[in-house]
Design a protein around this ligand. Structure first.
Ligand code: FEO
Ligand code: CA
Ligand code: CA
Ligand code: CA
Length: 600
């Protein structure tokens, strides 16, 4: 009965009230079934015992699942030929990030979450190293029920010890060489794998976000670090107390290997269909605390990748490829992210904005400011963007483009440490976060993301009337009970153009993190409804739809991270609820009872 504006479909389910429970819940008419859990084999079999040994963990599903990519499989794919045109929604691969590890919930003996420096047992340290990175599993839906396929030829773990190539303009830089690796083109592992992205040529992008938390700095040997690298490392807040992994691998102490940390903070691209493919760090997309990178690809036009730097007062970026995207030409497309130009965003007070290029030799990006080549600009992306005058943001998380309207959305999770506001980050104290809408030039459905100017608007602010965080009128009317949330993090669009928002931090507002859904245009713009609620202590990550829109995969990350929780006294033992099994980060497959479209 509503006018059919592009992407204006509102959610059709009844929103849930806020919850705070030991278990997860999903809106009426849907079910959310646990698919795979931390410590399971990549075929879905449980571990033999807890705590999990380093030898077992090396090949098993990792901790703190975050980003999820669904890649369809079909008969041809199984034969190793062509798979990329498929939209098979019953059978595919799930590529899943494992952002970090929480030793106090993985091993006995810790006082609390902030006691991780007490990790002095080498076996536990190794197990924790193997628990992060990335997993690929094969999944299949039979009778509206998903299962993990055992002994899949595609299954794969990527860990901090996996061989990875460094490509693009910074590859080979002196600043990427170490005492163990003198080409600056190879690195062991990927770290802090938070969100990511997918390409239409079948590869998966995984982001390196909070990589510095795995490194430490030994104050006794600080003189070993060249001044420029010390400044660079401190820009990522590397801590003297951090770096317990250096106990078993000295490269994680930056006073030992001053360049090792420069080899992290990139976007990584790999082909999930080829379990032997070597992942590649794409330095053209810059080095910062990448939340993810999401693409806009149009035939014959450059590929545009949006990426947030998730730290307080940091910036939003856009990469524009040098070469054009050619649909179906995998040989050509697989190198598109190797060369192009990186831009940082300026949000003007009047609702307009610009993208400023980060190019060596232009403006302040010269030797005078410590930039001697383009590799320096990319390694020190944060400094370059600051010098160019990019707009300081309230922690840019996931960025997604609505396929119906071609408008782009940026989740800004929060920023408690501000002394002033700007129009795109309008709250001086912003504990609840907000979402910004970017409108590249053009009309809905046909916008040009490679132009260097745009207009922007606020979609919504986190918080509620009750907390005083919601300005009048922004939501366009009253929200239903349970309809407000805080701290948007991962976002996704469904087949009807509805925006799905996963939260990370609602528990400080008195209710569990979860998933909300809203239209972004039309009468129901910015009127979220509550769809999924996490067990206590968890944040929600992932949200990833199958191409048919009938399954939504969600990642429940760090259940039981409430302040006092620890291994032998967690606030929930989700999802096993067995006194012998600690809480386990897990993937949930959500389907509709009647097999229909999620959200209708
Ligand atoms: Fe790992 Fe920005 O969330
Ligand atoms: Ca995130
Ligand atoms: Ca997303
Ligand atoms: Ca998060």
């Amino acid at each position: 009965s509503r006018p059919a504006t592009l992407g204006s479909q509102p959610p059709g389910f009844a929103g849930m009230p806020h919850r705070l429970e030991t278990f997860h819940s999903v809106a009426e008419g849907y079910r959310g079934e646990v698919l795979i859990r931390w410590g399971d084999s990549l075929g879905g079999q449980p571990p033999t015992r807890f705590p999990i040994s380093s030898e077992e963990q090396r090949d098993r599903f990792g901790y703190n699942n975050d980003f999820i990519a669904y890649s369809p499989l079909d008969q041809q794919a199984a034969n190793g030929t062509e798979h990329r045109a498929s939209n098979n929604s019953q059978h595919g691969l799930l590529s899943i990030n494992h952002e970090n590890c929480y030793p106090h919930l993985m091993f006995p003996g810790f006082k609390n979450r902030f006691d991780a420096e007490g990790l002095t047992n080498d076996e536990q340290v190794k197990s924790s190293i193997y628990s992060v990175g990335h997993s690929v599993i094969e999944v299949e839906k039979i009778n509206n029920q998903w299962r993990v396929i055992d002994n899949s030829p595609y299954q794969r773990r990527i860990t901090p010890f996996t061989a990875i190539e460094i490509t693009g303009p910074a590859a080979g830089s002196e600043r990427l060489k170490t005492s163990k690796e003198n080409t600056g083109r190879q690195v062991l592992g990927t770290l802090g794998n938070c969100a990511g992205g997918k390409t239409p040529w079948g590869t998966v992008l995984i982001a390196e976000e909070n990589f510095s938390e795995f490194f430490g700095l030994d104050p006794a040997h600080i003189a070993n670090i060249p001044d420029r690298e010390l400044t660079n490392h401190r820009r990522f807040a590397v801590e003297e107390e951090g770096g317990f992994w250096a106990r078993v691998d000295p490269r994680f102490d930056v006073t030992n290997e001053p360049h090792e940390m420069n080899r992290f903070g990139w976007m990584v691209e790999y082909n999930p269909y080829d379990p032997d493919s070597i992942p590649q760090k794409r330095t053209a997309l810059g080095r910062f605390e990448h939340e993810g990178a999401t693409l806009v690809c149009k035939e014959g036009q450059p590929v545009v990748a949006y990426s947030g730097d998730d730290a307080e007062h940091q910036y939003l970026y856009r990469f524009v490829s040098e070469k054009a995207y050619r649909e179906g030409d995998h040989q050509h497309n697989q190198y598109l992210l190797e060369s192009g130009t990186l831009y940082c965003a300026v949000f003007n007070e009047d609702g307009t904005g610009q993208w400023l290029p980060l190019l060596y030799g232009q403006g302040p990006l010269t030797a005078e400011n410590g930039f001697y080549n383009q590799a320096d600009v990319l390694i020190d992306t944060r400094l370059a963007a600051q010098l160019l005058g990019a707009t300081k943001m309230d922690r840019p998380e996931d960025v997604e483009t609505n396929p119906h309207t071609d408008r782009t959305y940026v989740a800004l999770t929060k920023n408690k440490h501000k002394l002033s506001a700007n129009a795109a980050n309008p709250k001086v104290q912003n504990p609840a976060g907000h979402i910004v809408e970017i409108l590249p030039p053009g009309v809905d459905g046909q916008r040009d993301h490679s132009q260097h100017y745009f207009s922007w608007d606020l979609l919504l602010l986190g918080g509620s009337d009750q907390t005083g965080a919601k300005p009048q009128g922004l939501y366009g009317g009253q929200l239903e009970e349970g309809g407000w949330f805080a701290n948007p993090d991962n976002i996704a669009f469904d087949a009807r153009g509805r925006l799905w928002i996963a939260s990370d931090g609602c528990q400080s507002f008195g209710f569990a993190d979860g998933l909300w859904c809203t239209a972004t245009v039309g009468e129901e713009r910015a009127k979220p409804r509550h769809f999924f609620s996490c067990p206590t202590g968890a944040e929600l990550c992932g949200p990833e739809f199958t191409p048919d829109g009938k399954t939504l995969f969600a990642a429940v990350q760090h259940p039981a991270t409430d302040y006092q929780s620890r291994y032998d006294q967690p606030s929930t033992r989700w999802p096993d609820f067995d006194a012998a099994i600690p809480p386990r980060p897990s993937i949930v497959a959500i389907t509709k009872d009647n097999g229909g479209l999620i959200g209708d």
